[in-house]
Design a protein around this ligand. Sequence first.
Ligand code: CMC
Length: 392
Amino acid sequence: TGLVTLDTGFMNTASTTSSITYIDGAAGILRYRGYPIDQLAKGSNFLETAYLLIYGELPDAETLEAVERRIKRHTILHEDFKAFFTAFPSNGHPMAILQAGIAALATYYQHTLDPHDDYQRELSTVLLMAKVPTMIAAIAKRATGLPLLYPDASKGYVEDFIRMTFGLPYQRHDIDPAVVKALDMLLILHADHEQNCSTSTVRMVGSAHANVYASVAAGVGALSGPLHGGANEAVLEMLNKIQADGGDASEFMRKVKNKEGGVRLMGFGHRVYKNYDPRAAIVKEAAHDVLAKLGKNDELLEIAMGLEEIALKDDYFIERKLYPNVDFYTGLIYKAMGFPTQMFTPLFALGRLPGWIAQYREMIADPTTKIGRPRQVYTGAPERQYVPLDQR
Ligand code: CMC
């Protein structure tokens, strides 16, 4: 049916209209529903930003309180999940377990699977926002074998997530408000990023009218890749390796530029930002603040800054317009907060959750949505005749 256009990797093809997030890659601008990211990072909190992304407007105090109360009523995870999580090897990657866990929500909340039904759509939104932090904390505990904590509705959303992740029964665990604030801000920075790989995946799966849990689980799978959300973990592994090899950043950079073994400077480059990633600038400042507040003097931060300094002056990076992206400095903050490296990408998933939900809902609400079905340019054999096995 006519000629198709080949656009590998969607370099220049829009897959949808959207009124959620605006990016101007050349100018380094990112806005959620019109609000500049730096204003939200400074003034908002994660739940308020989640509401903004999903419903389009900032909530008033009463609405925000009601939303928070509703989410808190649903934070407990079905007890079966304890057994479900122990069915995986304890060193299995948390992203794989999270993907399975989110997909499994569809089996426990079968009365919330129809996104075209107002009641079901609203309840599934609340259930996801409520249960995913509890699930991530449970997965973190599963990796160490330490006992789980139940959610505490008297605590703030982010504070309780930290408490469940690190706290132990009958032991006092003081949570530094500066850590809560910093993590809340990082979740805001990750909350949406228009049609990136995982969000496009969520929309693609949802375009077949698959339920929101199946769609978000697929998004988690996409996010786990090292070119996408998995980059935050890969950055720390890269920094660790440079440190272990004696801390020589220039030798590592030589390999990157010669493309030896496909080595990339992880946490650098972006499909859309060709000037700078506005999130990276905020994260870099936060990395200095948080490490100083926690009294952590991480040599890896020095190595990271050294890599950035070399890259920003180097023709290879300048010509290709490669700058630090959101993942370059986040891992250093998560590490200083005490998160194990494998938990970094689940933190990205928690941040991106409201964006996935908002984009799924926007797609479902749009009467012009069609099932996602890209075309292809066939490059295989022309027609040929089948040869029976005994004649081959
Ligand atoms: N280190 C070294 N070279 C790079 C890098 C890098 N990080 N990123 C791109 N290049 C080179 C690439 O080799 C190519 O060179 P040439 O023109 O000689 O073939 C050129 O720059 C263009 O790269 P591309 O792969 O065609 O660009 P893309 O838009 O398809 O990829 C990207 C974007 C983010 C996947 C890529 O920059 C990358 O792999 N970065 C490292 C992984 C990373 O940090 N990902 C996180 C992205 S931001 C948050 C998120 O999405 O989760």
